[in-house]
Design a protein around this ligand. Structure first.
Ligand code: CDT
Length: 311
């Protein structure tokens, strides 16, 4: 029997550096209302959806850096998202920059939360794979300072039973790592939600620029197929504060096929009625982890010199 969940992937166009939280939240709430009016039961926003992607520039001043982060979530500025979710009966996934006071100090994370159709936070994840560099590279056209501004996440790659399925989250660069999807797959994920800010130029390796779109598709589609799950990839697209970012917001079926994709680089909803039961033939037949995985032989790593062929 089909188990449908209608999902809206809410691509974001650029957010101005000067946009207030209230303005941006209003923009997201408008997308929520639009998505709900088109039948969506879940809307997925991008990574750091509340602001411009500030790791693209150097910030020296601590107070200025803090201004890009959320200390309380929800706060008076972000509460309208939760109110709209409860009013409309739509779940959401949203990425934001988080300040947490833990172990007696201030910590900064690149975080996403999963909120159910009553407006309650049911899941939280902090990005594990932080790309970029810590040093200032003024010779580059833009910076990639996630390693400077964020700590590596300290929460597991979790999955949650909600919205009628088993849902996991990861964030941007996480999608490039097969370990991410496999851990979520081992957690039973039927649906993986991932937002991203991906420039279409790699200053250190411009020879890869023409492959940026391809590598995005490759990761999302392989992650979906190899774990028998739906994947929703959501971009912050277009030219934001001088940085041109890819789009390709897409919904990928457990077959690995992209069933819906954005066609612009602006705010755009990509909607698909996903049958969560489509994961079954993949999880039960091809990717029956319990029957077919052989973790007892996956390690430890053997040195080449020790790998004596059988006689
Ligand atoms: N936000 C983020 O993680 N962006 C990185 C840029 C790396 S460029 C290869 C990403 O993996 O998309």
């Amino acid at each position: 029997m089909p188990r449908y969940l209608t999902i809206a992937a809410a691509q974001s166009g650029p957010i101005s550096r000067t946009a207030s939280r209230a303005e941006t939240v209003a923009r997201l709430v408008e997308q929520m209302r639009d998505a709900r009016s088109r039948g969506a039961e879940l809307i997925v926003f991008t990574e750091c959806a509340l602001t411009a992607f500030f790791p693209h520039w150097w910030i020296d001043d601590e107070a200025e850096l803090d201004s890009w982060f959320e200390r309380d979530f929800p706060s008076p500025a972000t509460q309208p998202l939760f109110d709209a979710a409860a009013e409309l009966g739509i779940g959401f996934c949203l990425g934001y920059a988080e300040i947490a006071f833990e172990a007696g100090r201030k910590r900064r994370f690149n975080t996403s939360v999963l909120v159910d159709q009553t407006g309650r936070i049911v899941g939280k994840y902090r990005k594990l794979h932080l790309p970029g560099h810590e040093d200032h590279r003024p010779h580059n056209p833009f910076q990639n300072l996630e390693k400077r501004y964020f700590e590596v996440g300290n929460l597991p790659l979790g999955t949650w039973r909600t919205l009628g399925g088993i849902v996991g989250m990861c964030i941007c660069n996480d999608r490039r790592w097969p370990e991410t999807f496999r851990m979520l797959g081992l957690g039973g994920a039927e649906l993986v939600l991932v937002g991203y800010n991906t420039p279409d130029h790699i200053p250190e390796h411009p020879e890869m620029d023409h492959l940026v779109d391809f590598h995005n598709r490759l990761c999302l589609q392989a992650g979906a197929y190899q774990n028998g799950c739906w994947v929703v990839g959501v971009a912050k697209a277009g030219t934001e504060e001088g940085v041109s970012q890819m789009g390709q917001t897409s919904i990928i079926a457990p077959s690995g096929e992209a069933v819906a994709m954005s066609s612009t680089l602006g705010d755009e909803l990509v909607i698909h009625r996903c049958d969560l039961d489509l994961v079954k033939p993949y999880k039960e037949y091809i990717w029956n982890f319990a029957r077919n995985r052989r973790p007892e032989f996956y390690g430890p790593i053997t040195d080449q010199a020790d790998a004596t062929p059988p006689q």
